[in-house]
Design a protein around this ligand. Sequence first.
Ligand code: APR
Length: 253
Amino acid sequence: MSEEERQALIGMIRGFLRETDAVAVLTGAGVSAESGIPTFRDAQTGLWAKYDPMELATPQAFARDPALASRWYDERRRKSADCEPNPGHLALVRLQGEFEAAEKRFTLITQNVDRLHQRAGSRDPLELHGTFWVWRCTSCGEEREERTVPLPEYPPRCHCGGTRRPGVVWFGEALPEAVLTKAWRAAEGCGLFMSLGTSSVVEPAASLCRIAADAGAKTVEINPQETPLSSWVDVSVRGTTGELLPTISSAWE
Ligand code: APR
């Protein structure tokens, strides 16, 4: 994609933002990539090179070896604690501020579990896949924000004696119903849906853009790579969110 083409598409996205009263944004691991957090499907490195993340992010992996699985999540927590939100995160905070100041609707839906959106200043993101900053007891069900880095033990224990698991949605598990319903409603009710930094292969998140399009929304994708959405969304820009979102979030300048 040439720079001219990219700039023309950015101009279209800025126009879509000015024209709509409601935007829904879906983010994936690509938005955190420029903070230094490997995407979910990036090659695993070091100790974890021999493990498939798709294997580790399952109830079976945790049942088989809760110490190994909780250590893997703790490594990701530690990594994200050492990283800072990047210009892509900050641009989304600015966009939310612009929309809310104009009494327009802005909904951030994220598949990311690192809470970098919140650290950047995003308000009320819908965490479709939960977060590894909350751990839940597998016995009494108590959920607790766990800020200590690293975790005191693997797996962490609950005061009831039970084992605590990361508060993320594993493959094969249902997403939190209330969060998913809000995401569906935001997709159905928006005039613009932006899919940012996601491979768009994991359901039900991957269907939100289609739901928005079927309800009449303009649809936009930003990703350095093609995804299953690229061939049919209104605008698909090959690029990184850290570089392109700041040029879009100033839609009113
Ligand atoms: N800017 C924008 N996009 C980027 C960037 C960047 N700087 N760097 C990488 N990407 C894109 C990649 O091209 C890829 O399409 O981000 C996407 C990351 O894809 P995945 O690793 O599959 O992450 P994600 O789409 O968030 O995965 C969805 O699946 O694995 C489960 O629960 C996990 O939440 C995750 C979900």
